[in-house]
Design a protein around this ligand. Structure first.
Ligand SMILES: C[S@@+](CC[C@H](N)C(=O)[O-])C[C@H]1O[C@@H](n2cnc3c(N)ncnc32)[C@H](O)[C@@H]1O
Length: 481
């Protein structure tokens, strides 16, 4: 690298020579990187495994308006930020707007929908999240870098990369990927937990490098660049500004994620499912017909389970349609959420935030699965539910006053009964699913005996079997306040 910089410096006074050498360097670098990417498999890492790949990153992108924003170019956006008096940090590919006074004035959704202390990372490629390219070559052309940049995952794919780093304690939490609608342009924006803290010390740098190198050696996550040891992004002492000490925990976190790729995401998820399956069983191990223990909730297209989550979810969707409401922009609560796939499906229908409760060990597994799928808008609470559990004190304050949430209470009543605290959660609609061999009359009697359910109106009912479970009753209820 130093040799290249030296030659650049020496030839700069001679434009013809400089241009020719730059061109030659560019071609050599592209060809060299092509062979590297071919041999390491980086050229083919995009998940294309049919049903599973369609299931991955199902979390729907939400759109929010930005107040008074009419810009079409980066220059105009910069001027707009300055007119608004907003502080920002400009990088090669993004603008970062840290939490600050005035941010909520222009980005009001942040205060209403996201945890306090969130910042905005806005891509300079002013297109919507399904089209934008994080490292759009044309924005910062550099000789020999075009192919490398074309391998950067899509904004959605990068959400899973960020989740991977976060779940291994190496990156900060990303709360969401959103579309910000100005008057003339749509921006792609990550809502992230702002990380700040004291200066990085050499022992912080060393511990981070040791941890990231371990993961790179394992081969699930790769740097796009061929040599991580010469990457500008990993330069000591603070990875060129990318490594920040999180003052909340004292741990160093790497705040950029666009330089990485995940390899074989189906295998990553299958590994996680295999690691969590024993802990997420309830009432003893379950055995698949072909042998071996298996999950309660199947992961469509990837891992078998007792319940067919695709078929089941389709029934819930039909019931909501019949009742005339959807999950769009709602808060969703799931009691006894198991591996979290009901919550994940709710996110793919546009739920704004989802929250689930289960045993501590089960929740640890659910968190890993949801993050690997690319979900971000969720909170999980690991605790043993009793008749006295206080649910509402757990949920973020910002949601407590709203009354239009949707509650899932599925296949759990025989285990936990009907704790009174569930009535305090701000839900309007409730899906109740019983257990096998409990008919409609029995189910109805049971529901009507619950003080906080006996006035709720029954909107729709179904009785169906899925996966390995016999027929069960499902009832959709609505309550009024
Ligand atoms: C039969 S599974 C149903 C899972 C999920 N609701 C579904 O229908 O797909 C029951 C779930 O309730 C959880 N559960 C049972 N008793 C519990 C308790 N006391 N506290 C927290 N979770 C409990 C189990 O860990 C398990 O995930």
């Amino acid at each position: 690298m130093q040799v290249v910089q030296y030659i650049q410096k020496m030839t700069r006074p001679y434009p013809g020579v400089y241009r020719t050498l730059t061109r030659v360097y560019g071609v050599c670098a592209e060809v060299g990187f092509f062979f590297h990417a071919l041999l390491t498999g980086k050229l083919f890492v995009r998940p294309d495994k049919g049903r599973f790949s369609a299931f991955l990153s199902g979390q729907k992108v939400l759109s929010y308006p930005i107040r008074g924003a009419n810009f079409t170019s980066i220059e105009e956006f910069r001027r707009w930020l300055e007119r608004c008096g907003l502080d920002y940090v400009e990088g090669g590919w993004t603008f970062y707007l840290p939490p600050q006074e005035g941010l909520y004035l222009y980005f009001g959704f942040l205060e209403r929908d996201y945890p306090p202390g969130a910042g905005l990372k806005i891509l300079k490629d002013f297109r919507s999240p399904d089209e934008a390219v994080y490292t759009r070559h044309g924005l910062n052309p550099a000789p020999g870098a075009a192919l490398k940049r074309s391998l950067t995952p899509s904004p959605m794919g990068l959400l899973r990369v960020a989740n991977y780093l976060y779940s291994h304690g190496l990156g900060m939490r990303v709360y969401d990927l959103t579309a910000l609608k100005g008057e003339t342009a749509t921006l792609t924006c990550y809502v992230i937990r702002d990380v700040h803290g004291p200066a990085v010390q050499s022992h912080d740098y060393d511990s981070f490098m040791e941890a990231i190198s371990g993961h790179l050696d394992r081969g699930e996550i790769l740097t796009i660049h061929q040599h991580s040891n010469v990457m500008w992004d990993f330069k000591p002492p603070d990875c060129s500004g990318n490594l920040i000490i999180d003052s909340a925990t004292g741990k160093p976190l790497f705040v950029d994620f666009q330089g990485f790729l995940l390899k074989d995401e189906d295998r990553i998820l299958a590994r996680i499912a295999n690691e969590v399956k024993d802990k997420t069983h309830f009432g003893g191990s379950r055995f698949y017909r072909g042998g071996g223990s298996y999950l309660y909730q199947a992961i469509p297209g990837l891992v078998v389970g007792k319940r067919d989550m695709g078929a089941r979810w389709n029934v819930f969707l039909e019931m909501m349609k019949e009742a005339g409401f959807s999950l769009t922009d709602r808060r969703v609560y799931d009691i006894g959420c198991n591996t979290g796939l009901i919550l994940y499906n709710a996110l793919s229908e546009g739920a704004q935030w989802v929250m689930g409760w289960d045993m501590p060990e089960v929740v640890k597994g659910a968190r890993r699965i949801l993050l690997a799928l690319g979900a971000t808008r969720f909170d999980l609470y690991g605790e043993q539910i009793t008749e006295n559990t206080d649910f509402v004190s757990r949920i973020p304050e910002r949601y407590r006053k709203e009354k239009d949430g949707v509650l899932f209470f599925l296949a759990v009543s025989d285990h936990i009964g009907f704790p009174e605290g569930i009535a305090e959660l701000p839900w309007k609609y409730m899906f109740y699913e019983g257990h096998s061999r409990q008919g409609y009359e029995f189910t109805l009697e049971r529901i009507r005996a619950v003080s906080w359910l006996n006035k709720a109106k029954i909107l729709v009912r179904r009785s169906f079997a899925d996966g390995d479970t016999p027929r069960r009753e499902v009832i959709l209820l609505k309550r009024s306040f």
